[in-house]
Design a protein around this ligand. Structure first.
Ligand code: FES
Length: 160
């Protein structure tokens, strides 16, 4: 499946040109809506609000139901992601290993706060509640890369 997008006539948000036909493949699957939303996330990095009517129509559910699922799962976003996402574990084990100070240091290093992104859209800082590295915290995930015993100096952005 391609990442083709086109602009609407109003020039607002992009619409995948084959959205409806791509989504139809998920309709008869168990948990089809979740599979479809995960597919959209993987293809586009987010789920544009303008796609919700098509999603609802395809699955024969209300737009409110689609929005409810999207808002329930933190990983589904309604806006394009920043270039880099830094997830900092805020759960108890990491807090006991310095996650609060690490969070402050990372906020200072990148010039934005947890839950926000830089004005140039390069870095977004997110809270996460366990990355499975509890014994070697504080733990951070930079894009797809996990970092144990994280320090401000160990947090770098890939330039790929
Ligand atoms: S509590 Fe932070 S990785 Fe588990």
């Amino acid at each position: 499946m391609s990442k083709k997008v086109r602009q609407t006539n109003t020039g607002s948000s992009p619409i995948p040109s084959e959205l409806h036909s791509n989504l139809r493949g998920f309709v008869d699957r168990v948990g089809g809506l979740m599979h479809a939303l995960n597919w959209l996330k993987g293809e586009y990095g987010y789920i544009d609000s303008s796609w919700i009517p098509t999603i609802a129509e395809t699955f024969n559910i209300s737009q409110a139901e689609v929005r409810g699922v999207i808002s329930f799962y933190h990983d589904f976003k309604l806006e394009p992601p920043a270039t880099h996402t830094i997830k900092i574990c805020q759960a108890e084990a990491c807090q006991s290993l310095g996650a609060r100070k690490l969070t402050k240091d990372i906020e200072a290093k990148f010039g934005t706060n947890l839950g926000s992104r830089t004005s140039n859209n390069q870095v977004e800082l997110e809270a996460i509640y366990c990355l499975g590295l509890c014994a070697v915290g504080p733990s951070v995930q930079v894009d797809d890369r996990l970092i144990a015993r994280a320090t401000p100096d160990s947090i770098s952005l890939s330039t790929e």
